[in-house]
Design a protein around this ligand. Structure first.
Ligand code: CP3
Length: 362
């Protein structure tokens, strides 16, 4: 429960799955469910820049609701971006059409870290928290609302590379050349991430997801040094802060891309839900974890371009592999802009129908 008073939740299926409680069907949401594959999103984007939408609570709320109006999704995710944290720390970030994020002045050496602002998250990102509170009211309890953040390592990559990169050569070389200074930067980012998550929960987020999308670029050794300790501390610090405030702790989802390598390492970090990408077969992922841990994933996004018969077969394989309890259906990463919207409806409905049949037959 947050500090606000909100409408009663009518569909708590996804929250129950996240907590390892029984569900009568498998809940489903889609990473990047509000986005360019939806014509109604592209229409709003014709009139407003990406970060203008993020910074205007009424627009962020409207875009968050677009996929909820179209599909029987079991959760909404607040419209925002992981790069609002670097912006809050004082960096300039632009979103370039068909290229993606661009930082005109990325961090090029450790002394650049000194320029970053500290302790400014509450104020700088107040628009995110207003958007969350507004969206909770507008949802009227239809489905729970997910808040999110990037993890320190993934944020560090964008701040050094200045945008997306195929190799992360610059960001990774910091870890080898300047390990101590890299830790200083990761430490600063970790504090920002903790504040951002706590604030989102206080504003009304009913689950939170952390995106460590660049975990897959690390060696196991670098992962253990520069990613996992921060992820662990974020989980511990957010849950103790929320509990000390007298609020109810919400489930935390960790999505670390590169499941074939990272899944074993993230098992006992305290997260309620672990995201899985397409590099691990559902049955293999399930066999690694006890019943208590909820798994989320992992349809390969371009599979949504296949015909309905193929999508249905893949959905059934996924449900059989993950099982129908302690499981949240999703893609293995964000949806692509060229996915036909009708196939998303088919995917969502097939998850519900097939899982309901399987649970009834048990
Ligand atoms: O899931 C949702 O519907 C909520 C919104 C959301 C966005 N970005 C909106 C967005 C979420 C959860 C994100 C997370 C995000 N942002 C991640 C982690 C997830 C992942 O994909 O690994 C990352 C790495 C970013 C940074 C970012 N933002 C990139 C690399 C890009 C360009 C690539 C792309 O997909 O367009 C963005 C832009 C972005 N973020 C768009 C949307 C809808 C498209 C921008 C546009 O409209 O021009």
């Amino acid at each position: 429960m947050s500090k606000h008073s909100f409408p009663v939740l009518k569909n708590d299926c996804l929250l129950r799955a996240a907590r390892g409680l029984r569900t009568e069907r498998v809940p489903v949401w889609i990473m990047r469910q509000a986005g360019r594959y939806l014509p109604e999103f592209r229409k709003v984007r014709e009139e407003h820049s990406f970060f203008e939408i993020c910074r205007t609570p009424a627009l962020a709320c409207e875009i968050t609701l677009q996929p909820i109006r179209r599909y029987a999704l079991d959760a909404a995710i607040i419209f925002s971006d992981i790069l609002v944290i670097p912006q809050a720390l004082g960096m300039q970030v632009e979103m370039k059409p068909s290229i993606g994020p661009h930082f005109p002045e990325p961090l090029s050496e450790p002394k650049d870290v000194e320029k970053l602002k500290k302790g400014c998250i509450d104020e700088e990102l107040s628009y995110v928290y207003e958007a969350i509170t507004l969206t909770r009211h507008e949802l009227d309890g239809l489905v729970p609302l997910i808040g999110f953040t990037g993890a320190p390592w993934t944020l560090m990559c964008y701040m050094i590379e200045g945008g997306s990169s195929k190799t992360l050569s610059k960001a990774k070389s910091w870890l080898y050349k300047w390990p101590e200074e890299s830790h200083n930067l990761l430490h600063l980012l970790k504090d920002a991430v903790i504040s951002h998550l706590v604030n989102q929960i206080k504003a009304g987020a009913q689950l939170v997801q952390i995106f460590e999308s660049n975990a897959e670029y690390l060696t196991p050794d670098l992962l253990k040094k520069f990613s996992l300790p921060y992820l662990k501390e974020i989980q511990r610090s957010v849950s103790s802060t929320i509990t000390n405030l007298g609020l109810e702790m919400v489930p935390m989802i960790l999505y670390a891309k590169g499941s074939a390598m990272v899944l074993d390492f993230i098992a006992d970090m305290g997260y309620d839900v672990l995201g899985v990408d397409w590099t691990v077969a559902p049955s293999v992922a399930r066999s690694k974890f006890s019943e208590g841990i909820c798994l989320q994933g992992n349809l390969d996004p371009p599979a949504l371009k296949a015909d309905h018969e193929t999508i249905k077969r893949l959905v059934i394989d996924m449900l059989q592999g993950f099982g129908t309890q302690s499981y949240i259906a999703n893609l293995g990463h964000g949806i692509y802009p060229d996915i036909p919207p009708d196939n998303v409806a088919f995917f969502v409905n097939t998850i519900h129908e097939e899982s309901e049949k399987m649970i009834k037959a048990l």
